[in-house]
Design a protein around this ligand. Structure first.
Ligand code: GH3
Ligand code: MG
Length: 470
């Protein structure tokens, strides 16, 4: 067995005895002072530290306290070796972050047993930490890890004036895949997709995570819009190569995904112009924009990438123009795609509000018309599907608020309402989301009732505007 143990002791004789006693574990590294210990740790983080409590200079207790402040040593056991067997000393040692004590002169059996115990505990702790960070089914990072990294990376991007991009993608017609091939095959499909596409986010700071169900997210620090779009397109192409059969897809004969991309870039970062309050606002908005882009990719026929600039609704579109949709080869013709209107370009288009664009209370005409490139029919279809999707909000808001997925649904509703220019609904969803985050269930319940009422109004107004609505 070869374990990387660091022994810190200013007494070379005592150290030699301990090194001999630990020979079963391999040869420990040795440091005779705090400075040497620091040098060894910087060289490589050890698996376990044995520390002489009676060190001169800063002393063992001070050194232990310093080591405990080092994040790299968070899970590394530090065992004090001491000739002082006094309860008070032991208490002070534990308060400084020591994991255990061994009395000098050390007994070989006891020393080995203690070292073994702490190594085992440390491995279990690391395993648990890894499990808490990864998704059990696919082995990629989980949502929690993504969210923690998203906040840290957004703060870093704002501080350093770096770009930060996000890809959010969702497997197309995955419910139909499960229905056709069974749930275990669905699980295997998710594993395959995660394995193949996560390998493409290669930089150490990239995070590929399962966002939920059949939805994944890729966080790309220091990556521009072009870089993120290139990667997203390459991911679509990889799915095409993987060619996992999906005969019930309706989009292609293999598994495809729809992707939404957004980038926090220089032009869109000014919090005053953007109306934001700092990193957490920017982080939430990144997800929201990617989600809106994904929604548009779905609406425009699936199996494609749509880009949405980070701040375009508050600022003019960047040079390079409107949202970009990228279609994949090998897809069925638009006419085959049930329920989707692929005649429209996804993303923003510059145009004035056409006279025929519906006037509906609570809908910002200009915004919805621009976002859907004047495609009135698509607008009707999407609004109809939004109202259908959240019909339960109209019927029983109080029960709905207790559902475990309520935060996610409200978040989705907010994004979809924004895309459709349903600004009153968007604003209500935003406030509900914020109340839920503050665990103010009473306010969230009241707001959700208003959301339900607004949805009812939309249903009513739209029924008189679009044919075939009931
Ligand atoms: P769309 O193209 O609009 O995304 O359609 P969809 O069918 O993919 O979307 P929908 O949200 O209707 O269905 C998602 C399905 O994904 C339903 C759910 O059973 C399935 N799913 C979610 N998580 C898992 C999982 O862990 N394993 C399996 N096998 N299926 C899952
Ligand atoms: Mg899906």
């Amino acid at each position: 067995m070869n374990v990387d143990i660091l022994l810190i002791d200013d007494d070379p004789i005592a150290a030699r005895v301990i090194i001999g006693q630990l020979e079963d574990f391999g040869r420990p590294r040795f440091a005779a002072s705090a400075a040497e210990a620091q040098f060894q740790i910087d060289l490589r983080v050890p698996e376990l530290i044995l520390l002489d409590m009676d060190m001169p200079g800063t002393g063992g207790l001070d050194l232990c306290r310093t080591l405990r402040q080092d994040m790299r040593l968070e899970t590394v056991p530090i065992i004090f070796v001491t000739a002082m067997s006094d309860e008070d000393v032991e208490v002070r040692g534990l308060e400084c972050g020591a994991s255990d004590f061994i009395a000098k002169p050390t007994s070989t059996g006891l020393l080995r047993a203690r070292v073994n115990t702490h190594l085992r505990l440390q491995r279990m702790t690391r395993q648990l930490q890894d499990q808490a960070m990864t998704d059990g089914l696919t082995g990629v990072a989980n949502r929690r890890t993504f969210e923690a990294t998203l906040h840290a990376e957004t703060a870093r991007a704002l501080r350093n004036a770096d770009t930060l991009s996000l890809i959010l993608f969702d497997i197309d017609h995955f419910k139909a895949y499960n229905d056709q091939y069974g749930h275990p095959a669905g699980d295997e499909c998710l594993r395959q997709v995660a394995r193949a596409l996560s390998a493409m986010a290669r930089r150490p700071s990239d995070v590929f995570a399962r966002y939920g169900g059949e939805e994944f997210v890729v966080l790309l620090p220091q990556t521009s819009r072009n870089g993120a779009m290139t990667l997203a397109r390459a991911m679509l192409a990889r799915l095409h190569e993987l060619a996992i059969p999906h005969s019930a897809s309706g989009v292609a004969d293999h598994v495809t995904a729809s992707m939404g991309v957004t980038s926090l870039e220089d032009d869109w970062r000014d919090p005053v112009q953007r109306g934001g309050n700092g990193p957490s606002d920017h982080a939430a908005r990144l997800v929201e924009r990617a989600d809106q882009a994904l929604y548009q990719a779905k609406a425009a026929g699936r199996a494609q990438v749509v880009f949405q600039p980070f701040g375009h609704s508050l600022l003019p579109p960047p040079p390079g123009g409107p949202g970009v949709a990228v279609n994949m080869p090998g897809l069925r013709s638009p006419a085959d795609v049930a329920g989707a209107d692929t005649g429209a370009e996804a993303g923003d288009c510059d145009s004035t509000v056409a006279e025929t664009w519906p006037r509906i209370e609570g809908i910002d005409r200009e915004q919805s018309e621009r976002r859907l490139c004047g495609n009135r029919e698509l607008f009707g279809t999407l609004l109809h599907s939004l109202v259908q999707q959240y019909a339960d909000f109209e019927e029983a808001p109080i029960q709905v608020i207790a559902a475990p997925d309520i935060a996610r649904r409200i978040h989705k509703l907010k994004g979809s309402a924004g895309t459709l220019g349903a600004m009153r609904l968007h604003d209500l969803a935003l406030r509900t989301e914020s109340a839920l985050q503050r665990h103010d269930d009473q306010l969230a319940g009241a707001l959700l009732s208003e959301v339900g009422a607004q949805l009812s109004r939309l249903r009513h107004d739209c029924a008189s505007t679009f044919e075939g609505w009931q």
